[in-house]
Design a protein around this ligand. Sequence first.
Ligand code: F6P
Length: 361
Amino acid sequence: MTKRIGVLTGGGDCPGLNAVLRAVVKTAIFKYNYEVIGFKDGYRGLVMNDFIRFNYNDVSGILDKGGTILGTSNKDNPFNFKVERNNKVEYVDLSDRVIDNLHMHGIEYMVFIGGDGTLTSARDLARKGVKAIGVPKTIDNDLSGTDKTFGYMTAVDTATEAIDKLHSTAESHHRVMILEVMGRYAGWIALESGIAGGADVILIPEIPYDIEKVYQKLQERKRRGKHFSIVVVAEGAKPKDGEMVINKIVEGSPEPIRLGGIGDKLADDLERIYGLETRVTVLGHLQRGGRPNPYDRILSTRFGVKAVELICKGEHGVMVCLNGDKISTIPLEDAVNKLKTVPVDGELVNIARAIGLCFGD
Ligand code: F6P
């Protein structure tokens, strides 16, 4: 009998999701003659049995497309699923329904493409007997089981281009320009785009900042004849005597806290305390949209092909990962719930300091 596999994309979208889907479906159909069922909108499709049967044409021409043709959700968790009963909202465990749906389709293996939230649920389904393969996705690059997640390098490209553009207007107006970037509790996007874009100050969650130190850096630049400065701030950055700025709480989401607003706080402080003319750009979801860059297209393809090859070998309960320059695997049990943050005395922070970048400490 033909082997049937399932796939879903969960969590926040990011560039490269379609490239993984394309690689999974093409490898499954061409190389192994498997059937592939795609569940729509992340775990919602798996719970509600909302699916498509993939054929070759569905994944043709999508390599360079942002988003995901399957849809996604960063709110749905099969173990804590939002339902409405008698006009009341309740959160219930519908993981058994997921198992029933998989049995009904005759699906032997599931490929879960997502970040920590999606992969934690995949691990929990694996504990209930689902043969699960994880593929690590997130612009935040904060999964400890892999050297890189796909989507991240494209987000760094987008943030770097924004810094390049802010440079010219900052210089014309002799202003301080702040760029707030995403990344949740990890400062990777801010750090790498800040270095690539030639920022003057980079503020990341891993190094709480002192506003006075930031001001001193901006003054030092003025003394050198530079009457403008670029500050890149990660959404999770915080002052050394303060907290992260929360933008909103999304009820029922596996990770309900949404950060955002530190750029405005920093600008207010620089203007109020030191009288510096400051403007803020919040890059927001531009970092998640659009075409994956070549690096992410290749990484996504490598991950997708590897996932199906593991299935052919009968392996499961693992996440595919990048280890140095090799694609390899790590048990799902070890891959989740461990944040990969920026090492504060790692090479990247040190080279940035060596060329005079300020981290506000
Ligand atoms: O995890 C990806 C990410 O874009 C984070 O960088 C950001 O904090 C969060 O998702 C935003 O989530 P939402 O799309 O729900 O606003």
